[in-house]
Structure formats: structure tokens, C-alpha cells
Design a protein around this ligand. Structure first.
Ligand SMILES: [Cu+2]
Length: 105
């Protein structure tokens, strides 16, 4: 009985610590909970399937170096606001094996 309570209590504390560090991380990066912020140069825009190739800088939250890669978009209308050669600040999330742009500033 006593052991169970102690276990439940320490789980609750662990959960609180974990939740706190996750939101602190998000606040630092200035993104929503599962998002990653990056800056980059639009290299190519494709419609079928909807995706943008971006030469992006380092992504701290993923430990990525800068690279050129394709991103899918959460909403195809995001592509309407992009042009090849444009510099953008954007936010993306992981979706299985893909990375989805969810916001462009
Ligand atoms: Cu990349």
C-alpha cells in the first residue's frame, strides 16, 4: 500500500518534470509542441505531390546540420505563398518518415 503510493507519487513527479521540460523547450524554440523552426532558401516547388525543396540551415531541436531536402506541406495552399529563390523562416513537424511544413513566416 505504502509502496504503491510512493510509486504513484514518483511517477507523477517524473511526469511533471518531463512535461515541464518539453514546454520549456518549445518556448525556447518559439514553436508549437512538436514543431521545429528553421530558415532556408526555396530551391524548388512541386505540386504533385505537393512539396518544396529547401536549402535549410541547422535545426537545433533535431540536431540537424544545414542541408537541402524536400518537405511535404500540411496544406497545399502553403505553396501558393512560396517562390523559388525566396528566403523563409518556417516551422515543420515530423509525420512518419516525412517532414511537413506547417507554417511559413
Ligand atoms: Cu534537412
Amino acid at each position: 500500500m505504502k509502496g504503491t503510493l510512493a510509486t504513484a507519487l514518483s511517477s507523477a513527479i517524473l511526469l511533471a518534470v518531463w512535461t515541464g521540460s518539453v514546454s520549456a523547450q518549445s518556448a525556447r524554440a518559439g514553436t508549437s509542441d512538436d514543431g521545429h523552426a528553421a530558415s532556408g532558401l526555396v530551391m524548388k516547388i512541386e505540386r504533385e505531390p505537393a512539396r518544396a525543396t529547401i536549402q535549410h540551415g541547422p535545426v537545433q531541436t533535431l540536431g540537424w546540420p544545414g542541408m537541402t531536402m524536400g518537405f511535404a506541406v500540411r496544406d497545399a495552399t502553403i505553396l501558393d505563398r512560396l517562390q523559388v529563390g525566396q528566403r523563409i523562416d518556417f516551422e515543420f513537424v515530423q509525420d512518419g518518415k516525412r517532414y511537413l511544413i506547417v507554417r511559413v513566416k
